[in-house]
Design a protein around this ligand. Sequence first.
Ligand code: NDP
Length: 313
Amino acid sequence: MEKTKCLVIGSGPAGYTAAIYASRANLSPVLIEGIQPGGQLTQTTVIENFPGFPQGITGPELMDNMRKQAVNVGADVRSGSVTDVDFEANPYKVTLDNGSEIEAETVIIATGAAAKYLGISDEIKYQGMGVSACATCDGFFYRKKVVAVVGGGDTACEEANYLASLAAKVYLIVRKPFLRASKAMQDRTLANPKIEVLFEHNTVGLYGEDGVEGVHLVKRKGEPDEKYYDLPIDGFFLAIGHKPNSDIFKKYLKTDETGYFVPADCSGVKTAVPGVFVAGDVADPHYRQAINAAASGCRAAMEAERYLTNKEA
Ligand code: NDP
């Protein structure tokens, strides 16, 4: 069976950064890209908040650069995805979708998370043309414009408040007659003069010629006073939660109720299984930013190196 000192699972900023650091520490890492090579950033347009790019950079270009950098310093970057793991005893066994197995002394899990979408076809049609699942990433493009945010949790309220600092007007589309967010966040949202909360509203679809120009809504669906109407907007933001890609590891590693890994200590990357580390969005329910993911990939690789050094000592 093939053996490696360091196996990195996932190819977002966390995975590539881990591979770069592990390569430079002579761990000859193997990186398995997963089903979405480059991760969530390949679905965004211009990124203006990743340091080092004064004019901004597109998500696909940034990820392509990271991949090239990882390969240039010696990482063995492979397509394919991991279907199963066995963390019972070190070296750990990892099974790939082509049926092959790899034995790894350290494993860095950087499998990311995926924003949840409503499941309507217009979300795909207008992706990158007015539909976004990240206000911090794309809010800047809606300065002085009108946007809508879907969701009633802390993320939706946080994003609505963030967008309100840029946009002319923010509609918050909430399916229930109340917000699920914390009391403090609710108060802040309801007190913001730029935010109008549309309770008991559901999104039916989006419309527009070359991008989003409005949203088809239904108010109090199924009730006697049910009402369908159109609301002109320039941007449509999803904030109905994320799903971390942690399912195949849950047997061995601790997760919270949503599925995010709970690190074993303040390093933020160590787990209770020695030599297994987590990095990036799959262990980050709060920040979900590329720069944080990259930073945790760096920490995970440094901890993997320390683990191997201590093991050999
Ligand atoms: P949540 O699961 O808390 O909220 C999701 C929201 O989206 C709910 O209002 C839910 O509605 C709504 N929703 C889900 N599916 C649909 C759908 N198909 N159509 C319409 N609306 C839908 O997710 P969050 O991302 O907001 O938060 C995740 C966790 O992270 C929470 O524990 C939160 O407290 C935490 N967090 C904390 C922050 C902070 O402390 N600053 C910031 C951000 C998140 P419904 O209520 O009807 O189910």
